[in-house]
Design a protein around this ligand. Structure first.
Ligand SMILES: [Zn+2]
Length: 263
């Protein structure tokens, strides 16, 4: 039950090794995923590519690219991808909310204001007509194995553009029948982090935020760069922790350091 109250951005790790899930995925694909530094224990085929760590879409383009393997390390539990960042800075990234209710629009505005308050070279703007860089849309998926997926997104393209789609779970067990915009917004804030190139803070041990037994996603430390001035120990309350605490969560000081470092 504690598993369920620890709501997650991701799918459950309890049933992570159901053989059927990986049977459809070729070994060469799993090898590519591993080469990118992601775990292969719970890979799922989705329309856009492959879903890893529960809420990150690795597109075929990304899998078939040959990115450098540099990871930016903020602390032992914080390793951020620097491959395929958003380029052409300074830059305004437009965001639109499609087919979702007011709480999602309010949540989007909250997330955008938090990024913009950092005065980064990336600026976000919500638009209500025209094609946006990032479209936020819904999907409906019930809980599975004690966890529920709150949202999903992916990494920037090789051309240096942000990932274009954030999917938010409209199932009542995700945000309830009357979603709290601060909670919805903090999930959107997290998914926007993936869209501009951040990976999970605690990918080395998801149990840090997700609970349960320690799960090492199998990623390598090779090439990790520690940012001076940030701690080397576990980092509580990062906005890029793999699992949500079910509350409003925003940037901690190390997150701000990392965002300022990259953007
Ligand atoms: Zn995530």
């Amino acid at each position: 039950m504690s598993c369920f109250t620890a709501l997650t951005f991701v799918a459950c790790k309890k049933d992570a090794k159901t053989p059927a899930q990986n049977e459809e995925i070729s070994q060469s694909t799993l090898d590519k995923i591993k080469d990118l530094g992601f775990g292969t224990s719970n890979v799922r085929k989705v329309d856009e590519g492959y879903l890893v760590e529960g809420d990150i879409v690795l597109t075929d383009e990304l899998l078939n690219s040959n990115p450098d393997q540099t990871l930016l390390r903020i602390a032992n539990n914080e390793q951020y991808r620097t491959t395929n960042l958003v380029t052409h800075l300074p830059r305004t990234i437009t965001v639109t909310v499609s087919g979702l209710g007011q709480a999602y629009m309010d949540g989007t505005d909250l997330a955008i204001s938090r990024y913009n308050n950092l005065n980064l070279q990336l600026h976000f703007q919500r638009i209500t007509s025209g094609k946006a860089d990032i479209t936020i849309q819904g999907f409906n998926q019930p809980p599975s194995g004690g966890y529920i997926t709150l949202g999903s997104s992916g990494f920037p393209t090789r051309q240096g553009n942000p990932y274009g789609t954030i999917k938010m779970n409209t199932n009542q067990y995700a945000y309830g029948t009357n979603p709290d915009p601060t909670y919805v917004g903090s999930v959107i804030q997290h998914e926007m982090g993936h869209c501009i190139g951040f990976r999970h803070t605690d990918y080395m041990d998801r149990s840090y935020s997700c609970g349960g037994s320690a799960v090492n996603e199998g990623a390598s430390n090779v090439g990790a760069v520690w940012i001076p001035g940030t701690p080397t120990g576990p980092d509580a309350n990062s906005w890029m922790l793999a699992c949500s605490d079910g509350k409003d969560r925003t940037f901690n000081n190390n997150d701000k350091t990392a965002l300022n470092y990259l953007y």
